[in-house]
Design a protein around this ligand. Sequence first.
Ligand code: ACM
Length: 537
Amino acid sequence: MRYILTSIIALYVGLLGASAQSLPVIPLPAEIKPGVGSFTLTSATKIVVKTESAGVRKACDLFLALVNPSTGLDIGYAPSSAFPIVVELDSLITNPEGYQLKVTPRDVTIRAQTPAGIFYAFQTLRQMLPPMIESRTMVAHDSWKIPAAEINDAPRFPYRGLMLDVVRHFFPVNDIKRYIDLMAMHKFNYLHLHLTDDQGWRIEIPGYPELQSISAWRKETLIGHLNDEPHRYDGARYGGYYTQAELKELVRYAADRHVAIVPEIEMPGHATALLAAHPELACSGSYFEVARDWGIFPNLLCPKEDTFLFLEHILFEVMNIFPDKYIHIGGDECPKEQWQKSEFCHNMKIQNDLQTDEQLQTWFMRRIARYVQSYGRQVIGWDELLDGGNIPGAVIMSWRGEQGGVAAARKGNRVIMTPHRYCYFDYYQWRNRNEEPLAAGSYLPLSMVYMYDPIPKELTGDQKQFIMGAQGNLWTEYIADERQVEYMAYPRACALSEVTWSPADRKSYNLFLNRLREHSKRLEMLNVNFARHLLAK
Ligand code: ACM
């Protein structure tokens, strides 16, 4: 009897195309209605584009570039087909990143308001195909089935980000492209590149050759952890920078995948590498060396006219390379001793009626913000930005905790949540540190990322609208290559993708883990070096 019953259930489940939880799609779509049977990719399958646009074509091209090599099929475009994948822009889909995806045994239909929605529908469709679809070479597979379903999907938040620190370690453009590929598959839409810091300057700025010849290079690098005493160094010159042409190409590559790049230029702190080339921008001192250690350094840019003109020139170049709305102006971790000792800063405070050094910092950042905003762009800064007052229009990245974000939202500033307790992927992900590669410290398991809610509980209804989303941060002091980047980012980025995309009331850590086990086969096919031991538990 029990045998018959399980057989009937198995048959029923087999007939049903997709039960909501049997679809291993990450992030979990907002709504999945299971259908009956499945659609199979064959040589008869064609993409039928109903509304032509360059963006729609690009999304379709990227799907074809994924499925044709692994299936060995020659799926292309046709005006009509017996087994079509119909793609159509539809203004009735209200969310600009949302989509409707219908899979029946006869056809697949994709509708979205914008090419971004079409692209996301294809990312979902991709994850409904067997993991072998990810192979770059043809694989023998009996059939390329997509379970029947109707999916209505849209993101919970408009900002879904990951940050990559390319200063503490430098990653070739191709590694960043791969990082973007993985982000796009998980429906992240902002890549924050941390381009300047004490240990290096990674962006070519014409007219300032010393930024390339001096600031981009450190003499050597600390071995082991910052807390290990005495400090030892590897004796190897280290560095590099991205040319403007490389960055423009990266911007294009990311844009095709609906990822906008947010460039960060740090100020007034984390500026040692800049000061190594331009000591005239400091309040005092004439010699600075690009840092070989990690940590917080006392070296600040001096709030004088020359500094502002210099930074404005840099930001002008940055805006020329990066066309998207947001420019990150840093602002974190500025110990104020150098300003306190400076006669110039003392006078600046008197002239501008400022009582504290925090107010001087906010005054500094407000001036920079106004410059960027005068070009129709928007600034993002770390939550220290508002310690000394307000900066109208600045978007605050709340990293020290959630309080910076709460305070900013209450002032009417928009907020990206990235509290280190939930969003710092440079922390250990496994309790037993001895079994893990060296990491920054602290502990952020997968479950804690998954459980995070970017909307702080203390915000009222009106204030909640200021939360734009959340971001995972990958600081790379202890991450020297792409393999280790992936190990630290995945699968925690999978969890964060559900935090930022999926409806809060549909989240379940256990069901996520079930989907992640399936999803990990896809990551495996993509040769992603994800942390596997977390999946075994
Ligand atoms: C930061 O982690 N210093 C933003």
